[in-house]
Design a protein around this ligand. Structure first.
Ligand SMILES: NC(=O)c1ccc[n+]([C@@H]2O[C@H](COP(=O)([O-])OP(=O)(O)OC[C@H]3O[C@@H](n4cnc5c(N)ncnc54)[C@H](O)[C@@H]3O)[C@@H](O)[C@H]2O)c1
Ligand SMILES: [Fe+2]
Length: 382
């Protein structure tokens, strides 16, 4: 038996942030991205808490790709605050930090009482506001650990487009391609079904129409709102169907070389689609292709890409992903990024491939990769 539910209540549209004024809470810990504090975006939260005379502390020791050490600092802050509610505002890193902090505290003796978690995204990318995932980095071993448990799900999410207007073009590109990767991976996942498929299809359609518009104009409120919704829809899709090899491999690039999560996903996406479809530059037409080929072709058609047969339609999807990356000035391979030397990168490949095999996202990839397959993709990515 399978079930589908959305535990997280989603507040969106006009005045969604006013929900903060009606929280039933004696003490709140606001877990905020440092940018949110510096830019004054935090006022959207604190002004409402103050209007409702809520007591709160702020914790903002959050960094991209949150490492275990920062989570333990946050755990201490959460315990000391005595908060019964966490309001987290920021990108995926801030939301994931808050989720991991709550998860650890809930397992500490004497702290069993449920702490409510309200997640407010300021990037349109991870969908973390509606997922049971929290991705924590382990710098010592150069890897990322996706924690996955229903207890990690936020109780509520608040979507407000004013919070994503400050996202600069580079981060709009990275996070937007993360949305696309979530939707595509959920769609071809071995756990996909019609419920997650419907959400993933809508997310892909929105990305096709609105990501470039968002990238080109911060003040295109309509496009930014659409991308915010796409991020959330793709989040619900992959929360149900999980992800695949793309994320399994991207996590290692983030952990080892600090390549931003969405950018790592985007760079891998053309290679992983080709691997999963079992097509490469020299493949001849085959009589039969794996099921995911048909699924990729369906998504391609939603993007308005249609070619004379299924396989060339999948090729059109691969070309479209690369086109989007070029339009948004994204790097297509690691060698152009100056994050490491060729020697460092190639030396890390066997270990990254091993970790990608072990990554929980890889388990639902539609084609089971060998370590050699993964190493080849990393090599092609250089
Ligand atoms: N939990 C999940 O389901 C899930 C899914 C995918 C990725 N992740 C994780 O999420 C993290 C990535 O999250 P992300 O892509 O949102 O990036 P992020 O949270 O790391 O933020 C990237 C940068 O954008 C800045 N920023 C955030 N909001 C901004 C705004 N409104 N204006 C200007 N700058 C802003 C941040 O300060 C930071 O410097 C990674 O650790 C990744 O592994 C989690
Ligand atoms: Fe992601």
């Amino acid at each position: 038996m399978k079930t589908f539910d959305i535990k997280t209540k989603i507040n969106f549209g006009e005045s969604a942030l006013d929900r903060l004024e009606t929280l039933e809470s004696n003490k709140i810990l606001v877990v905020a991205d440092p940018f949110v504090i510096k830019s004054g975006l935090i006022d959207h939260v604190t002004s409402r808490l103050e209007r409702a005379e809520k007591k709160y502390d702020i914790f903002s020791d959050v960094v991209p790709d949150p490492p275990i050490t920062k989570i333990s600092v946050g755990v201490k802050a959460l315990v000391e605050s005595g908060a019964d509610t966490i309001v987290t505002i920021g990108g995926g890193s801030a939301i994931d930090s808050a989720k991991a902090m709550r998860e650890v505290v809930a397992k500490m003796p004497g702290h069993e009482a449920h702490i409510r978690l309200i997640a407010i995204p300021t990037t349109s990318g991870t969908g973390s506001e509606v997922t049971a995932f929290s991705v924590v980095s382990d710098p010592e071993h150069g890897t990322k650990i996706p924690l996955v448990d229903d207890s990690i799900l936020p109780d509520e999410a608040i979507l407000d487009v004013d919070l994503v207007k400050t996202v600069p073009p580079g981060i709009t590109a990275d996070t937007g391609m993360d949305v696309l990767t979530h939707a595509i991976e959920a769609y071809v996942s071995t756990e996909n079904d019609e419920f997650s498929a419907a959400l993933a299809e809508k997310a892909v359609e929105i990305v096709g129409s609105f990501l470039l518009r968002s990238y080109l104009d911060n003040n295109d409120t309509h496009a930014r709102r659409k991308m915010m919704n796409a991020s959330c829809l793709a989040g619900i899709a992959f929360n149900h169907a999980s992800l695949g090899l793309n994320h399994g491999m991207a996590h290692q690039l983030g952990a080892k070389f600090h390549i931003p999560h969405g950018r790592a996903n985007a760079m891998l996406l053309p290679l992983v689609i080709q691997f999963n479809s079992d097509i490469n530059k020299h493949s001849k037409s085959k009589a039969e292709y794996p099921n995911q080929v048909r699924k990729y072709a369906t998504l391609a058609r939603l993007l308005g890409l249609q070619n004379f047969n299924t396989i060339t339609t999948v090729r059109a999807l691969v070309n479209w992903v690369e086109f989007m990356m070029k339009e948004m000035d994204m790097p297509l391979c690691v060698s152009t990024m100056n994050v490491c030397s060729r020697e460092e990168y190639f030396a890390a490949i066997p270990e990254m491939a091993e970790a990608a095999m072990e990554d929980s996202c890889t388990a639902t990839n539609p084609r089971t990769p060998t370590k050699e397959d993964i190493m080849k993709i990393y090599i092609d990515l250089w």
